[in-house]
Design a binder for this molecule. Structure first.
Ligand SMILES: Nc1ncnc2c1ncn2[C@@H]1O[C@H](COP(=O)(O)OP(=O)(O)OP(=O)(O)O)[C@@H](O)[C@H]1O
Length: 313
């Protein structure tokens, strides 16, 4: 039986950035929960970096708000930012110092981080063998992982990374993916990661939020291979789309992919065994269902459809 949703770690509520007369980011709304890896996916120029910079308070939003563990980034910045670990631009390190000394240097600036915690994180990002080497001898992938270690030092609830695999070779990309999954699993923290590569997001994320021209195009679960196979994509044709959306949004384990108001169509993704629950909840809410269709198209096909044929990767 499907349950109710838990409180999100991050809530992006109607976030908008207007520059000149253009909305670079336009009313963006989505939530992220504990332990989830969520991809912010979109073609170049879609507004990913601008969105992330607003989430971490680097630039002001024109409208909307971001809540981190319930604290507003606008109204209560200090409390909100404490829960975020982020790498937005390339992390800067002292190249002539070891990775360990760089982390110690950073640790002195943040309260309450123990040496044990440093070593725990170093292990988590797989740098235990290189941590006493000078950073100038690190590969780009190792530097990125040192950046992630630094971002994790103050025990954040969410890690936010802007295109963390940029510039990495395929082996580095794979390593980064494995470490991020491990961090989400072992630390139980949420991760928001931006990318323009659908193929990469499919392998790393449990859910993707797709944006184009600053707007949310679709939000959907993709899951890891095994899990993905168990999920069904279903379109329901209903008489009252708003009521159907509200009812569906109360169900856990279900992702709304999109709606077409003119056709009264709501597309969701959920486990096959939960489809009867969804239908009975809709009936209880007095939504009339005309048709239930299952989709057989590939993820790539669906993205192309939702982004109007604009290829993401
Ligand atoms: N300060 C600014 N002034 C004017 N336009 C801007 C500014 N910052 C961003 N933009 C424009 O806003 C749009 C979104 O930019 P953004 O960098 O957020 O996109 P992105 O999805 O991160 O793209 P990429 O993957 O190429 O980095 C782009 O068209 C960009 O040119």
């Amino acid at each position: 039986m499907v349950g109710t949703n838990t409180t999100p770690v991050l809530s992006v509520n109607g976030v908008t950035k207007t520059i000149g007369r253009r909305n670079i980011v336009d009313g963006l709304t989505f939530d992220i929960h504990h332990g989830e890896i969520v991809g912010l996916l979109g073609p170049n120029g879609a507004g990913k970096t601008t969105t992330i910079r607003m989430i971490v308070g680097l630039i002001e939003m024109s409208r909307g708000d971001v809540l981190v563990q319930g604290h507003s980034i606008k109204g209560d910045f200090v409390k909100a930012i404490r829960h975020i670990g982020g790498i937005i631009e390339n992390p800067e390190f002292y190249p002539y110092m070891s990775g360990y000394d760089n982390l110690r240097q950073y640790q002195r600036m943040s309260d309450g981080v123990s040496i044990t915690r440093i070593m725990e994180i170093v292990k988590l990002v797989g740098l235990q063998d290189a941590i006493h080497k000078k950073v100038r001898a690190y590969s780009l992938g190792m530097r990125q992982r040192l950046g992630i270690a630094q971002a994790l030092l103050h025990n954040p609830s969410i890690l936010i990374l802007d295109e963390p695999t940029n510039g990495l070779d395929p082996a580095g990309i794979r390593e980064m993916r494995d470490y991020l999954k491990r961090i989400a699993r072992e630390e139980g923290i949420a991760i928001l990661v931006s990318s323009h590569l659908l193929s990469e997001m499919e392998l790393m994320c449990s859910r993707v939020v797709v944006i184009q021209e600053g707007k949310l195009v679709t939000e959907r679960a993709i899951g890891q291979a095994g899990e993905n196979e168990e999920l069904s994509t279903v379109t329901l044709r209903v008489n009252d789309l708003e009521l159907a959306e509200q009812t569906a949004s109360r169900l856990d384990g279900l992702t709304r992919i999109g709606s077409i108001p003119d056709e009264g169509a709501l597309t969701v993704r959920l486990k096959e065994e939960d489809i009867p629950d969804l239908i009975s909840e809709l009936c209880n809410a007095r939504v009339r269902i005309y048709r239930v269709e299952e989709h057989k198209s590939s993820l790539e096909d669906e993205f192309l459809k939702w982004t109007g044929g604009n290829r993401i990767a």
